[in-house]
Structures are given as C-alpha cells and as structure tokens.
Design a protein around this ligand. Structure first.
Ligand SMILES: Nc1ncnc2c1ncn2[C@@H]1O[C@H](COP(=O)(O)OP(=O)(O)OP(=O)(O)O)[C@@H](O)[C@H]1O
Ligand SMILES: [Mg+2]
Length: 307
C-alpha cells in the first residue's frame, strides 16, 4: 500500500479489563484481600495496537463500546497510548463489554468475559472503516465480529494490506476469515479446544497454514504461554522458541503484545523467525507487571532479551 496513512488498522472487541491479583487464591466461600487490582482497556486487537503504537506505529482502532464510564475508559486508554479512535463507535444504551480477570499467584489468569458474545457491530458500522482500510499496511482482527471482519479483511486484501488474525479458540466464521488472512497466530487453547490435550503442534500448524489465503504470506503460529511459541512460515520451516525467563506477575495480554510486536517487526521487513524472537521477548517482558497494558521496556532491551 503505497500511500498508507496507517501502519495498522484494527477491528475487534474492546472490553474493559478488571484485573485482580490474588495470593492466596480464595477457595469457595472464602474471602481474601487482593494483592493488587487495576482497571484498564483490554482486548486482543486494542492491546496489540497499543503495543504497535508504543513501538512508533500509526494505528487506528474500530469497534464498539457503550456510552458509559467504562466506554470512556476504553477510549481514553487507547488515545493516551496514541491509538486513534475515530472509528470507535460509542453506542448509547450499551453496557461496555468487560473481562473480569483473576490472576493466580503464578501469573496464570482466569477470565470471565462479560457482554462480548454478541457485540452490536455490523457491516454498516464497518463501512466507516473502509476508507482507512484502503490506506493501511495491515489489518488486525480477532474473529469476534466475523461478518464485518470478513468484509474488512477482503477489502484489506484488495488494497494490498497484510491481514493478521488473533484467535483464542475456534469461533463461528473463523474458517472464512482465515481464508482472507496472511498471518494467523492463535493461542494454545485453540488446538486444545479442537483436539483435547493431545495434539501434534506441527500437524495443527500445517492445517492452520493450509486454511490461510493462498496468495498470502501464510504464517501460522501458536503461542504456548510459558512454553513459548511455535511458528510455521511460508517456507515450511518450524520455528520453536522457549519463553524468555522473567519474573511473572500477570500473563494477561501477553498474546496481544506478541501480536503487536510480531507485526511491528514484519512491517519493518524482518523475516518471520526474527519477528517471532522479538515478539516472544516482548510478550514475556509484558508479564512482569499487572494488566495487559503493563509498560514495555525500551526497544533495545526487548531486542537484547530476544537474543
Ligand atoms: N509465563 C510466561 N513467561 C514468559 N513468557 C510468557 C509467559 N506466558 C506467556 N508468555 C509469552 O507470551 C506469549 C503469549 O502467551 P499466551 O500463549 O499465554 O497468550 P494468550 O493465551 O493469547 O494470552 P492473552 O489472550 O491473555 O494475551 C507466549 O508465546 C510467550 O512468548
Ligand atoms: Mg490471546
């Protein structure tokens, strides 16, 4: 895309994250004092865009929030990070979506998603974004708005932009969406939902890669929490990276940071293996503090951790 205005345009769910760090983790019928808590914007696409913006990229987010305090927190949180929200719809009467996140002592999290299963955002709403999609280098989607995201992904392909998907587990419409994607990096809960605990990661990634756009770059990836990540690139080489060693406080949003950091590197012309090393380091470093929007160290420190 020669006259691109945006490095990345994102379309997806934009919940508010209410994050509570618990140590000890309460048993049933038990009350405990939380160690820490925070309220921030969350969501895979918004947090990936925040990561890209922190790395200097021009980003625009489209989605829907309610006309309530949470909606303002979500919007302001993006704006403060330099992500433009011109295409964010504020829907009167809608209760903004939320995720209630309980963080365990080892940093793993349990999430209750509230109001995210049928977001009131349709193809008409996505029409607002089309002119921007025509002038972006990459489109990020999360399979939570399958109909408008499919239209957006087709448009992005026509415009010559990269299309990248983040998906936590299989969702309706994801197959059609995959067929318009160049890059799909999913979380380990995705194959687990499909195949249970025992699956061959390479086979899974080979299948995922085959579903991507035939004309695309066809990068299929799997993030595996504290086991790092696996990536199958166009050439068929498997990249297997262990997680970086960090003192983990909260892994929330690590996958989102991974996506933002990976796309940053791809847009800079890095090869997928190097991009994965950088993303793996950035994602790990994001686990050292609470929330998916935990601060990232300067880029040289991310690069040093990636080596
Ligand atoms: N405990 C950890 N230590 C180091 N790195 C981690 C850890 N957990 C996650 N990461 C890094 O973050 C990446 C993404 O993590 P994960 O697979 O848990 O994402 P996710 O399930 O999509 O999470 P979310 O949706 O909350 O962002 C991993 O591939 C790894 O690079
Ligand atoms: Mg994720």
């Amino acid at each position: 895309v020669e006259d691109a205005v945006w490095d990345a345009v994102g379309l997806g769910a934009a919940p508010r994250d209410i994050t509570v760090r618990l140590d000890p983790f309460p048993a049933a019928d038990q009350k405990v004092a939380a160690r820490d808590f925070a309220e921030t914007g969350g969501g895979p696409v918004p947090t990936a865009l925040v990561t890209l913006a922190r790395l200097g990229r021009r980003c625009l987010f489209g989605g829907v929030v309610g006309d309530d305090d949470a909606g303002r927190l979500i919007r302001d949180g993006l704006q403060q990070e330099g992500v433009r929200t011109d295409a964010l719809i504020v829907r009167p009467g809608l209760t903004s979506p939320a995720s209630v996140i309980l963080v365990e002592p080892d940093g793993r999290r349990r999430v209750a998603e509230c109001g995210q299963s049928a977001l009131p955002y349709g193809e008409d709403d996505a029409a607002l974004l089309l002119a921007d999609i025509d002038r972006c280098r990459a489109l990020l989607v999360d399979a939570r708005l399958p109909v408008p995201q499919l239209a957006a992904a087709r448009r992005a392909r026509e415009a010559g932009a990269l299309v990248m998907l983040d998906c936590g587990h299989p969702r309706p419409g994801v197959e059609d969406l995959l067929a318009q994607c160049d890059i799909a990096i999913v979380s380990h809960s995705y194959p687990r939902r499909l195949h249970g605990g025992s699956y061959d990661a390479r086979d899974f990634l080979t299948g995922l890669q085959a579903r991507l756009a035939a004309s695309g770059r066809r990068i299929a990836g799997l993030t595996r929490g504290d086991r790092g990540c696996l990536l199958l690139t166009g050439a068929g080489a498997l990249v297997d990276l262990p997680a970086v060693n960090v003192e983990v406080v909260d892994t929330t949003g690590a996958g989102d940071v991974f996506h933002g950091a990976f796309l940053h590197e791809i847009l800079s012309g890095s090869d997928p293996a190097d991009a994965a090393r950088f993303a793996n380091a950035a994602a790990g470093l994001s686990c050292r503090a609470l929330t998916g929007r935990a601060p990232l160290p300067p880029i040289d420190q991310i690069r040093a951790a990636a080596r």
